[in-house]
Design a protein around this ligand. Structure first.
Ligand code: PLP
Length: 430
C-alpha cells in the first residue's frame, strides 16, 4: 500500500515512511492509494472472530510489507489488550465504551499502535527521533503512556495552559524519562500551529529528527477503525446501527467512515460537536469556514480547524452530496451537555463524560427524527477524567479507579512557555 499526499505535491510513501514523516513534505495529509475491502465472510460473521483476528485483517493491507506478519500480530494484540464493551443505555441507544485502556480515553489505541510501529521502524537508527505533539487533553496522556521508555524516541507534548482537566494534565506531566511537557499560554489551536511551524522549519529539521503523533499520523488514524468493527461484533439487532461520534479533530469519525467504505454495515454517521461547529455549519449550508476554537466542557473537542476533515473530503472525492448521504453533524451547547449528562444518569443510571453526553444528545435528536433506527454513541473517555466538570453536575462523587488515585499523588513537571515559536525552537534544539 502506498499513501499519497492530499496536497498532491509530495511523492508517494509506504506505511513506514508515512509513519515516520507524520505529515507529507508538502504539508498535506497522507491518504491510502486505495481503500481495501474486508473479506465478506468476516463481515457477515464478526462474532465468529477474535478481536485480534479482526484487527489484524483490517490493518494488514495498510501496513503491507513494512512490518512482518509476526511482529504486526504482536503489535496489534498489545494495542487492543483491554475491553471495548457495548453497553445498552436504553432500548434504542447503546454506548461503546472506549475508555478501558491505560489512560482512560479512546486515544490509547492509536497511541499504542503508533508507538510500537515507530519504535520498530527506528530501532536500527543511529539518531533519536523526537515525537512532537499538540494536545487538547487526551492525546498527551495516551502518547506519553504509549511512548514511555521506548528506546530511541523522545516525546515533547504541547498543551494549552489551564485548558485541560487535572487528571489529563497529570497524565502527561508526571512520567519523566523520555517524556517532556510544554505548557503553552494559549489555546489548543495555538499549540497545533506551533507544532505545524516546527515541522515546516527546514533548519530545525536538519538539527532534530522530528515526527508527529497527532491524529494526522496514519499509524494513529488507521487503527481507530477497530472500534467500529468491535461495535458491530457485539451488535445484536438485524438492522445496522446509526453511529454517533463525539468529534473534534475528526480523526476518529474519519476512521469510522473508512471502516464503512471497507464494507462495515453502518446506517448513518453523526459527528457530534460542541460549540466548535465548523463541520455542522458546512453540512448545513455547504460553506467551510474555520474559526478560532472556543473553550467548552468537552475540551478534547475544542478544535476550530479540524485537521482530518480533509481526509473525509478525499474519501468521498469532494462530493458534497455523497458526504451528506453518510454523515450528519450537529453542535451541542454546554447547557445541553450538562442537562444530558444529568438526565441520562437519572433516567437510565448511566454516567457519561462530557464528550459522551454530547454524543448521546446528538444521537437522541437524530433518532427522534428517524423512528425505528437504533444507534450507538462512542463513549470516548472515562467520566473520572473530567470529574471537575462531571461531579458538580451530578452532585455525586465518582469512584476513582486505582490508576487515577495513584496519579493524583504525583507532581506535575512542565516547561511554561508563551505562544512564541522561537522559544519552542530553542527548547527543541537544546
Ligand atoms: C480526542 C477526543 C475526542 C475527539 O476525537 P477526534 O478524533 O479528534 O475527533 C472526543 N472525545 C475525547 C474524550 C477525546 O479525547
Amino acid at each position: 500500500m502506498f499513501y499519497y499526499s492530499t496536497n498532491k505535491q509530495s511523492s508517494k510513501a509506504d506505511f513506514r515512511e508515512a509513519t515516520i514523516n507524520g505529515q507529507a513534505p508538502d504539508k498535506g495529509l497522507y491518504f491510502p492509494e486505495h481503500m481495501p475491502t474486508v473479506p465478506a465472510e468476516m463481515l457477515s460473521n464478526l462474532a465468529g472472530y477474535s478481536k485480534e483476528e479482526i484487527a489484524y485483517t483490517v490493518i494488514e493491507p495498510y501496513v503491507g510489507d513494512t512490518i512482518s506478519k509476526t511482529t504486526l500480530q504482536k503489535i496489534v494484540s498489545e494495542t487492543i489488550n483491554f475491553d471495548f464493551p457495548l453497553v445498552a443505555v436504553n432500548e434504542n441507544i447503546s454506548a461503546l465504551e472506549l475508555y478501558h485502556g491505560p489512560t482512560l480515553a479512546f486515544k490509547d489505541v492509536g497511541a499504542r499502535f503508533m508507538s510500537r510501529c515507530l519504535g520498530h521502524f527506528v530501532q536500527d537508527n543511529s539518531r533519536n527521533v523526537t515525537v512532537l505533539v499538540a494536545t487538547s487533553g487526551d492525546t498527551g496522556g495516551a502518547v506519553a503512556n504509549g511512548f514511555y521508555d521506548v528506546d530511541g524516541v523522545n516525546v515533547v507534548i504541547l498543551y494549552p495552559s489551564g485548558k485541560v482537566s487535572s487528571v489529563q494534565e497529570l497524565q502527561l506531566t508526571t512520567l519523566g524519562k523520555n517524556i517532556r511537557a510544554i505548557e503553552v499560554n494559549g489555546t489548543f489551536d495555538d499549540c497545533q500551529q506551533l507544532v505545524k511551524q516546527a515541522f515546516s522549519d527546514t533548519g530545525l529539521n536538519e538539527q532534530v529528527f522530528l515526527t508527529s503523533a497527532n491524529s494526522i499520523n496514519v499509524a494513529r488514524w488507521l487503527p481507530q477503525q477497530f472500534y467500529y468493527f468491535f461495535a458491530l461484533r457485539q451488535w445484536q439487532e438485524s438492522e445496522p446501527p446509526v453511529i454517533c461520534v463525539p468529534s473534534g479533530n475528526f480523526g476518529n469519525i474519519c476512521a469510522g467512515l473508512l471502516a464503512h467504505v471497507s464494507g462495515l454495515p453502518v446506517k448513518h454517521f453523526i459527528a457530534a460537536c460542541n460549540a466548535n461547529d465548523v463541520v455542522p455549519r458546512y453540512l448545513n449550508n455547504g460553506t467551510y469556514e474555520t474559526r478560532s476554537s472556543v473553550s467548552t466542557l468537552s475540551n478534547a473537542m475544542d478544535v476550530g480547524n479540524p485537521s482530518n476533515f480533509t481526509r473525509i473530503l478525499e474519501m468521498f472525492r469532494h462530493s458534497f452530496p455523497e458526504i451528506k448521504d453518510v454523515l450528519s453533524s450537529i453542535s451541542v451547547s454546554d447547557e445541553l451537555t450538562r442537562q444530558t449528562l444529568k438526565s441520562v444518569l437519572e433516567k437510565y443510571d448511566y454516567l457519561t463524560d462530557p464528550h459522551g453526553a454530547v454524543g448521546y444528545y446528538a444521537l437522541e435528536q437524530y433518532l427522534q427524527q428517524h423512528p425505528g433506527d437504533k444507534g450507538i454513541f462512542l463513549e470516548t473517555a472515562h467520566p473520572i477524567k473530567f470529574y471537575d466538570v462531571v461531579e458538580p453536575i451530578t452532585e455525586k462523587t465518582i469512584t476513582k479507579p486505582d490508576v487515577v488515585t495513584a496519579i493524583l499523588k504525583k507532581t506535575k513537571m512542565s516547561f511554561q512557555m508563551a505562544n512564541d515559536y522561537s522559544m519552542l525552537k530553542d527548547y527543541l534544539v537544546s
